[in-house]
Design a protein around this ligand. Structure first.
Ligand code: SAH
Length: 238
């Protein structure tokens, strides 16, 4: 007889990231050096839980795809890496629409920081939307988690795009200001946009006058793709 039981999990923390919406977030962690600050929720804000964590260069974050959870899931999905048309089994993808909305990302451990009486864990290379609930954190173990010779057929068929990114010259003062505020604004925007965040079916299109918007930190960047380059044309407050 089949038995089934429900297991309930509560988030232990939330993460603050520069990505204010899902659009344009890199498909996996590490593809852009986006910073994240993990703040622990009441009941889990015990510094003892983190003792020894500085011994690990990288961490696994397990989290809830809270922004897509309500949309449910299907057994086959159109993965962006299949070009947006062909579909494949959900368990053969990292799709956000899965039977349980759990995501996992490897991130660089940047250490514990004090915030008054409380503390936070800082990380880099996140692919999570701002405010994502974290259900667990585990050390990345190179001896077990790094498997040399592991294969992924798709990455040779559909490499991640690497486009040149240009900012219109009228934006230079704004860019300088944002760089002062955030420290990594231009490099983050460049790496996010170089991966061509447009929908998969548009990614082969080198001249696309449609304006797209990406929210990073506290601003919206407007861009078009012309002559194969991503051109940022406007930066406006969110
Ligand atoms: N590394 C993770 C996530 C891969 S999917 C894993 O393999 O499980 C990456 C996409 O998740 C991003 O492009 C972003 O659009 C989406 N995403 C990030 N945080 C999310 C959230 N809280 N809710 C829903 N989708 C999210």
């Amino acid at each position: 007889m089949m038995t089934s039981k429900n297991y309930a999990f509560s988030p232990i923390a939330t993460i603050a990231t520069p990505f204010k919406q899902k659009f344009a977030i890199p498909r996996q962690p590490g593809l852009a050096k986006a910073k994240g600050t993990i703040s622990f929720l009441p009941g889990f804000d015990d510094i003892n839980m983190l003792e020894g964590i500085d011994g690990f260069s990288h961490l696994w974050l397990l989290f809830i795809f809270h922004q897509t959870q309500a949309r449910g899931w299907k057994s086959k999905v159109k993965a962006p890496r299949l070009g947006g048309n062909a579909s494949t089994g959900v368990l053969a993808t990292r799709s956000t629409h899965r039977p349980n909305s759990v995501g996992m990302s490897v991130v660089l451990n940047k250490g514990i920081v004090k915030h008054g009486d409380s503390y936070a864990l800082t990380v880099e290379g996140v692919d999570l939307v701002d405010g994502t609930p974290i259900i667990d954190i585990k050390p990345y173990l190179p001896y077990a988690d790094a498997i040399s010779g592991a294969t992924d057929k798709l990455s040779s068929y559909h490499p991640i795009p690497q486009r040149t990114v240009q900012f219109d010259s009228v934006l230079s003062a704004t860019l300088e200001e944002l760089e002062k505020q955030h420290g990594d604004f231009k490099s983050l925007a460049t790496s996010v946009l170089s991966q061509d965040p447009r929908p998969a079916y548009k990614q082969q299109c080198d001249n696309d006058p449609k304006t797209y918007k990406v929210a990073l930190y506290n601003v919206d960047l407007s861009f078009i793709v012309l002559g194969g380059c991503v051109r940022v044309t406007q930066i406006n407050p969110l």
